[in-house]
Design a protein around this ligand. Structure first.
Ligand code: ZN
Length: 158
């Protein structure tokens, strides 16, 4: 129980004081994702150092604008802390771990070494309707990263 209230505090803290929020210029891809079951929306931009490096490119910035419930907004804030400055391949590995945690139906506690504050969402995985809230910005990140790399491919071969 104590752990759950600590996790609730982490989520509320990110919701009240979101990290890296706001859309910034100098980006390679922008996506807009919606979670219609809750009404959450996120516009997310990804900037890569050198997209021609593929998964070895560094995520220089992730900026976003979002509206919706506390879970969706806190999740976007936690995401930026985890992936800015990481290589694309590494960030996608973290995304995969978070996806596994959210699909665990409350069975997994999450790997804190990899997920840091994102383990606070472990309890959310027990509530299928809220899982989509927590995953919204992570799906947007995956989409934006793929688009940023694809755009580079077109440039190189076109
Ligand atoms: Zn929501």
């Amino acid at each position: 129980m104590q752990l759950e209230s600590m996790y609730r505090e982490i989520i509320l803290d990110h919701y009240r004081n979101p990290h890296h929020k706001g859309l910034r210029d100098g980006y390679r891809a922008e996506v807009h994702h919606v979670n219609p079951t809750c009404g959450d929306e996120v516009t997310l931009r990804v900037h890569l150092s050198d997209a021609s490096l593929g998964e070895a490119a560094v995520i220089e910035d992730v900026s976003y604008e979002s509206q919706g419930c506390s879970i969706s907004q806190a999740s976007a804030s936690v995401l930026t802390d985890l992936v800015i400055g990481k290589k694309v391949g590494e960030a996608l590995g973290i995304q995969e771990k978070f996806l596994e945690l959210m699909q665990s139906k409350g069975e997994s506690a999450g790997d804190e070494d990899v997920l840091e504050d994102a383990v606070a969402f472990a309890g959310v995985s027990k509530f299928p309707a809220r899982v989509k809230c927590a995953l919204l910005s992570w799906m947007a990140l995956k989409d934006a990263t793929a688009q940023a790399l694809a755009a580079e491919g077109v440039k190189n071969h076109g």
